[in-house]
Design a protein around this ligand. Sequence first.
Ligand SMILES: Nc1ncnc2c1ncn2[C@@H]1O[C@H](COP(=O)(O)OP(=O)(O)OP(=O)(O)O)[C@@H](O)[C@H]1O
Ligand SMILES: [Mg+2]
Length: 293
Amino acid sequence: MAEEFLPVCGEEILHVSNLSVNRSGNEVIQDINMSITCGEFVGIVGPNGGGKSTLILTILGLLKPRIGQIDVYGKAPMSKATIGRIGWVPQAATELPHNLRITVKEFIQLGLLSRNFFRQYLDFFISPPAFFKQRKKNQIKIDKIIETVGLKQYANTMISNLSGGQRQRAAIGKALASEADLLLMDEPMVGVDVESRNSIMRLLDDLCHDQNKTIVMISHDLASMKRTAHRMIYLEHKIRYDGTAEDFPDLSSLAELRGIEATHPEADSTKSDVTKSDDVVIIVSPGAEGGES
Ligand SMILES: Nc1ncnc2c1ncn2[C@@H]1O[C@H](COP(=O)(O)OP(=O)(O)OP(=O)(O)O)[C@@H](O)[C@H]1O
Ligand SMILES: [Mg+2]
């Protein structure tokens, strides 16, 4: 039963300390320290090549740290105990094999193959009524997800016949169908239209509030992240900002933070104070301490 695994909110589920990762001999992320608690919706933003995907791949255990440590649910990445607890929507999830001969509905249903799958399968023999009740519940859940990701009219269409944006929505749907407590999403909204994007973001926010799910989403859509995420992390090799979405620096402060000089300084009237700590840069916007003006 899913209830058995409902995490206690406020519990730390991810801890990253002194993490540095090399790719092809270059250190692409450096001195990363962060802690994420259950129920948080964390937006990770930053420039191309800033190391966002690298961080997620390392949390998943697909890349190894050069130094530092990651604990997911108190265990090392890829530990047996974390199987089924982590859902992942990879960057370019649309690049699914072209010969994939399954429908949208079947594809999203694959998300149900979670850690509870064998328990449910056993129910078929031990308690058939419980099995059929669960099957009905799953059907309702899948139909709702298909509707939320805007694919109702394509439910029986082959995945291979969808457009890129539609496939992306199917990939999000599959992650939503899983029983995972921690969803790691790498630019999941690329190619998704505004209407579906809004309904998916609402659903994700509800999942955090109602089901204690934890969401870590990489996105280049600053406006949308600021509206939905509870917390934002700006990653450019190091963590440059880690704080509330409300206090996330404005564009001018961000440029300053990244060392980008104004070509027309006289026109840059929104200059703000930037306070640097060792790892994290805290931005104090003019007029509103700790807040964006
Ligand atoms: N497969 C790879 N092999 C070697 N280096 C890589 C590989 N993938 C990425 N890199 C390098 O690692 C660095 C960080 O890349 P990463 O993909 O983590 O950035 P990102 O922040 O996710 O960028 P984007 O916003 O473009 O997706 C970049 O300098 C990139 O060139
Ligand atoms: Mg990336």
